[in-house]
Write a protein that binds this ligand. Structure first.
Ligand code: ADP
Length: 433
């Protein structure tokens, strides 16, 4: 049966009942009594309807607190339908709240900041990353104009010009951001922020590296070219001068080779995006080899000792060899003749330690924190004289980061330096390995 007939049938039945009571009253007690009885019946019906209307108005005011009675006649159906609508509405609201919470969760996992604004740029919502990038606070700033919150002239110009098809690149505090404004729907706009601080810094480092490397390579190349030109222009140069020129060219060639090898090592280390694949490292063998090489490099100018009291390691033999050898080679190069160099491998509560101690020229404190930067040298002349490339400690730093080890440098000018490498306990090779 249709809802319309469901409504009308009880109404008609009730009116028929009233008419019947009226008719019977008339028949038995006369017309006046019939009218009175009819009037009372209509009044009763009207009072019942008013009572339900009152119940309905109370319920509408506070549908969560008050329960509707079951009703009578057509009211039963009206109340039942109202209840159904209310349940559906509640379910829709719950679904919407759940969807909204999932949407917010997804937005907070995004690698970019997202700000939702209305058509006149009043802040409606933003994710935590946008709060961080743009220094906003949703609770505090909601409902405020975004141009009053992000007080950057570049951003204001971007908004005024309205050329949103192109992203804006701007600096906010320490951060470099790429900002994109996307209008959506009729009256909403989304602002997407992407933090490029690290990539930008990396690009700058790469640019500096290329500029420095080209500069470093140009110097020996110029020297070699100069001597070659002399040789071409003066074919009958005496043998002694020619030998001197050749020796200098060999020296410069060696310098270029060292530089290219160090640059390749560093680039290779940087290109590896997986952690070290741990293999057993026989530290005693590795350090004995390094000691032998350093004695050869020193040519008897230094006393070089090796003290071995630490365990074997888990790590990359090649990388550790390169890092340890760099530190020992530096000690030889920056320690005047007759100096003493100690190579120490020892146990320690925090994990094994590798120490290279020399009584060489030492380093002033202001240089110490910068030594692992590429091409950073305290004394360029001295570094070149000893075939230095300025990349040794940068290589050491990379290898140690990959092995979760820490480098500490202690030094005093004129007294000497100690380069201490602290490995974590987890780097120790288990005895039954
Ligand atoms: P370089 O090839 O110039 O030695 P490194 O990166 O190995 O480059 O070292 C950077 C700088 O650190 C060196 O130029 C030198 O000034 C300083 N340095 C490194 N080791 C020592 C040391 N044992 N004693 C004094 N200075 C050192």
């Amino acid at each position: 049966m249709s809802p319309r007939s469901l409504f009308w049938i009880p109404v008609i039945l009730r009116l028929l009942l009233v008419a019947m009571t009226m008719g019977l009253g008339w028949y038995w007690w006369g017309s006046t009594a019939g009218f009175v009885i009819g009037f009372i019946a209509v009044l009763g019906l009207a009072l019942i309807q008013l009572q339900y209307l009152y119940q309905l108005s109370l319920w509408l005011e506070n549908p969560d607190q008050i329960k509707l009675v079951d009703g009578f006649g057509a009211w039963t159906d009206i109340f039942a339908r109202l209840y159904k609508l209310r349940r559906e509405d509640q379910k829709n609201r719950n679904d919407l709240a759940e969807w909204l919470s999932r949407f917010r969760q997804a937005m907070s996992l995004l690698p970019d900041g997202v700000v939702i604004m209305d058509d006149v740029l009043f802040l409606e919502w933003c994710n935590p990353l946008a709060e961080k990038h743009l220094r906003l606070n949703l609770d505090r700033d909601k409902g405020m104009r975004v141009t009053n919150l992000i007080r950057s002239p570049e951003f204001i110009d971007y908004i005024i010009l309205g050329k949103y098809e192109k992203p804006l690149s701007m600096t906010l505090g320490e951060r470099k951001l790429i900002i994109h404004l996307i209008p959506f729907e009729q009256s909403r706009q989304i602002l997407v922020t992407h933090d490029v601080t690290d990539t930008d810094r990396l690009d700058q480092t790469r640019r500096d590296f290329i500029a420095n490397a080209s500069h470093e390579l140009r110097t020996p190349l110029t020297v070699i070219n100069g001597f070659l030109e002399i040789a071409a222009m003066q074919p009958d140069l005496d043998l002694e001068t020619r030998k001197q020129h050749l020796d200098l060219m060999v020296d410069q060639g060696k310098r270029m080779q060292n530089l290219v090898e160090d640059m390749l090592s560093l680039t290779r280390l940087e290109a590896i995006d997986h952690p070290v694949r741990p293999e057993p490292v026989k530290v005693a063998m590795l350090l004995q080899q390094i000691q032998r090489d350093s004695i050869a490099l020193s040519g008897g100018r230094h006393e070089i000792s090796l003290s071995m009291d630490g365990p074997d390691l888990l790590g990359s033999s090649d990388e550790l060899h390169s890092a340890f050898a760099n530190l020992v080679t530096n000690a030889v190069r920056y320690t005047p003749n007759g100096g003493k160099i100690d190579i120490i491998w020892e146990k320690h509560a925090e994990g094994p330690r590798f120490i290279v101690r020399d009584d060489g020229i030492g380093i002033r404190p202001e240089h110490i924190t910068r030594l692992t930067e590429r091409f950073y040298r305290v004394d360029k002349g001295r570094s070149r004289e000893t075939q230095g490339t300025g990349l040794g400690l940068a290589i050491v730093k990379h290898v140690l980061i990959r092995h979760e080890a820490q480098l500490t440098i202690e030094s005093e000018v004129g007294k000497g330096s100690s380069f201490i490498v602290q490995f974590p306990v987890t780097a120790v090779l288990a005895v039954n390995h």
